[in-house]
Design a protein. Structure first.
Ligand code: PEP
Ligand code: MG
Length: 325
């Protein structure tokens, strides 16, 4: 199978009826980038930057971050690189950074909430990303957005960061694209409003499933309730993608579901622009993609929307897949 997959590294990711899908990689280290490049990745749809903060005993300096972001941007040779700003808190903590003891860390002081509070920490990262943007097609993405106010506040700090760089005589892409992760039900419900503030969305299905179903994604005891193919999740996806389409902004998916073969017809039906996944999933997804068509996926999705249970959804999907084999 690996040999056969190697043969499609340079094949364009297009369905039989001509729908092209950008297949990107999620990376959280430089090493993972090499695997992604070997799989013919379209770019990096999610660069998790937490490792820069976790691998040392103090906050990473602007120059240290810049070197890493720049290296990734250059290795991608013009292909897009979406850098997600710091997403700590919840399950990811920093020894040297005092986070409060919390009853519910996943609902607590984390991600963009920390960044909008510790603005020096945030601006250091924004400036490092901005400087890297003069070496490739770099984009910025904010995690865990729940309101328009948060996007406005983050963008204000981004503007300040640009001005500071300008004053220091350092270059950056003045038109850098800014996007947000859609991973909270609140963001889904106001997706039309959020779309007016940004250049792109990327759906974080890992958190979106967790928060839609109120099921802790780390809790083994209730893992059977962590069900991405829940009718409520399908509706969340549909609302988000349709809002992005209406606003004419780029729409991607970067949670685990993007690399799940079974979910592929859903993304085709909803006409998603980009799927970003762990590097080893890129070729298997492409191999399936080129055997599918968007028209059949649309009919299937209509049926999925009628399903009242996850079990029915799984059944419809497996009947659909079995016709391919
Ligand atoms: C997600 O929530 O789907 C996501 C891609 O981000 P993370 O898994 O890093 O929370
Ligand atoms: Mg997330």
């Amino acid at each position: 199978a690996t040999v056969r997959l190697k043969g499609i590294v340079s094949v364009r990711p297009v369905t039989k009826d001509g729908k092209e899908m950008e297949l990107g990689a999620n990376i959280s280290s430089l090493k993972e980038l090499d695997v992604a490049l070997a799989s013919g990745t379209n770019g990096v749809g999610l660069f998790r930057t937490e490792f820069l903060y976790m691998d040392r005993n103090r906050l990473p300096l602007e120059d240290e971050q810049y070197e890493v972001y720049r290296t990734v941007a250059e290795k991608l040779e013009g292909r897009p690189l979406i850098i997600r700003t710091l997403d700590i808190g919840g399950d990811k903590n920093l020894d040297y950074f005092e986070l409060p003891e919390e009853e519910n860390p996943f609902l607590g002081y984390r991600a963009i909430r920390i960044c909008l509070d510790k603005t020096d920490l945030f601006k250091t990262q924004l400036k490092a990303i901005l400087r890297a943007s003069s070496h490739g097609k770099v984009k910025i993405m904010y995690p865990l957005i729940s309101s328009v106010e948060e996007v406005v506040a983050a963008n204000k700090l981004l503007e300040e960061s640009k001005q500071e760089l300008q004053a220091e005589g350092l270059s950056y892409d003045a038109d850098i694209e800014v996007g947000i992760m859609i991973e909270l039900p609140a963001a889904v419900m106001i997706a039309d409003m959020l779309a007016e503030e940004v250049d792109f969305f990327s759906i974080g299905t890992n958190d979106l499933v967790q928060f839609t179903l109120a099921v802790d994604r780390m809790n083994e005891q209730i893992s059977h309730l962590y069900e991405p193919y829940h009718p409520a999740v399908l509706r969340m996806l549909k609302l988000t993608i349709e809002a992005a389409k209406r606003a004419g902004i780029h729409i991607g998916v970067c949670g685990e579901l993007a690399g799940d073969i079974d979910a592929l017809p859903i993304w085709l039906a909803l006409d998603v622009d980009e799927l970003s996944m762990s590097a080893h999933a890129i070729l298997p997804i492409k191999e399936r993609l080129i055997r599918l068509n968007q028209q059949d996926s649309r009919s299937l999705f209509e049926q999925l929307l009628q399903c009242r249970t996850s079990e029915q959804i799984h059944k419809e999907l497996s009947v659909f897949q079995s016709k391919l084999d």
